[in-house]
Design a protein around this ligand. Structure first.
Ligand code: DAT
Ligand code: MG
Length: 149
């Protein structure tokens, strides 16, 4: 089963959106397999956003993402990487469709409340930044038979 790395960003935590955001993934049927509240160091932020080092928005991005605690989690489900990206909506909330998390809950690109891995390879890389293998919990839920044929 596929896994993805998801993070409620500092603005999401500060705006009391953590529960609302997690509830959307839960209701969809994705399974939480790991979760914790953490504060990113600059070092972790640079690792996480390595692909954006050198871009004009990078310094602001690091300041923002390290400005307060985030809720880090791993979700599991069929095609969960693309599924969560679709639920989150476009990177810039101004372009995110109503019904998506960013479309409903955010206004500006630099305060877009949530992160999710953009590919299976990114998910593997990002999960390993935040969680050790022993923190990923495999378990059965008795709802599985109602979600998957
Ligand atoms: P995503 O978070 O949808 O994967 P990304 O990986 O391209 O988007 O960028 C990472 C974050 O950096 C994004 O969530 C918000 C910020 N960002 C991206 N492009 C930006 C821009 N042009 N101006 C300001 N912030 C930007
Ligand atoms: Mg990205």
């Amino acid at each position: 089963m596929e896994r993805t790395y998801v993070m409620v960003k500092p603005d999401g935590v500060q705006r009391n959106l953590t529960g609302e955001i997690i509830a959307r993934y839960e209701k969809k049927g994705y399974k939480l397999v790991a979760m914790k509240l953490i504060r990113l160091t600059r070092e972790i932020a640079e690792k996480h956003y390595a692909e954006h080092i050198g871009k004009g928005f990078f310094e602001g991005l690091v300041e923002y993402i390290t400005s307060g605690p985030v809720v880090a989690m791993v979700l599991e489900g069929k095609d969960v990487v693309a599924g969560v990206r679709a639920m989150n909506g476009a990177t810039n909330p101004a372009n995110a469709a109503p019904g998506t998390i960013r479309g409903d809950l955010a206004i500006e690109v630099g305060r877009n409340v949530v992160h999710a891995s953009d590919s299976v390879a990114s998910a593997e890389r990002e999960i390993a930044i935040y969680f050790g293998p022993e923190e990923l919990i495999s378990y059965e839920k008795n709802v599985d038979g109602w979600l998957y044929e």
